[in-house]
Write a protein that binds this ligand. Structure first.
Ligand SMILES: [Zn+2]
Length: 163
């Protein structure tokens, strides 16, 4: 297997998992309204691994020789471990420079504080120093409490991945 990061396409039922994958830095397409045929088409064209709970979709993917991973678990960490059984995720990192936008899958770029003064609440602006902006949708991110919760998830995940 190459060292390049895998690309994913996540089926409509797994929106939360898609967001987590993006935050952990994996390029993951997701739409809540995508049809199977379109999903298969994109996966084939862009060399993306399909992640789904839908056994029928898994069968279709196999028929078209597209890599796919079937998710059977409901808990997020368990779902990540299922992905890792098929594709080595390595060590997962959550940081502004590694994560992708959870909303649109765009890349985040480090942004000068003064450039975003009007886009974040005053309290955040005064207390935080590091900001990232999504290059696609323009949303601004910073290391607030939600990142702390994610880091906890991330630490537990890495623990499970290496055990
Ligand atoms: Zn975005």
């Amino acid at each position: 297997m190459s060292n390049e990061k895998p690309l994913f396409i996540v089926d409509a039922m797994l929106g939360k998992l898609a967001k987590k994958l993006r935050l952990l830095g994996y390029d993951s397409l997701y739409s809540s309204s995508i049809e199977d045929d379109e999903l298969l088409h994109i996966a084939k064209n862009e060399n993306r691994v399909i992640i789904t709970k839908d056994l029928q979709l898994i069968h279709k993917a196999k028929k078209h020789q597209i890599a796919s991973i079937q998710i059977t678990k409901n808990e997020e960490i368990e779902q990540f471990l299922q992905i890792n059984e098929k594709i080595d995720l390595g060590k997962c990192i959550i940081s502004g420079s590694n994560s992708r936008c959870p909303i649109c899958n765009g890349e985040l770029k480090y942004t000068e504080k003064n450039d975003i003064s009007e886009k974040v609440p005053t309290g955040v602006f005064e207390n935080m120093n590091d900001f990232w902006t999504c290059n696609k949708c323009g949303k601004v991110y910073w290391e607030g409490t939600h990142i702390k919760n994610l880091q906890k998830f991330n630490a537990e995940l890495n623990d499970r991945l290496s055990s």
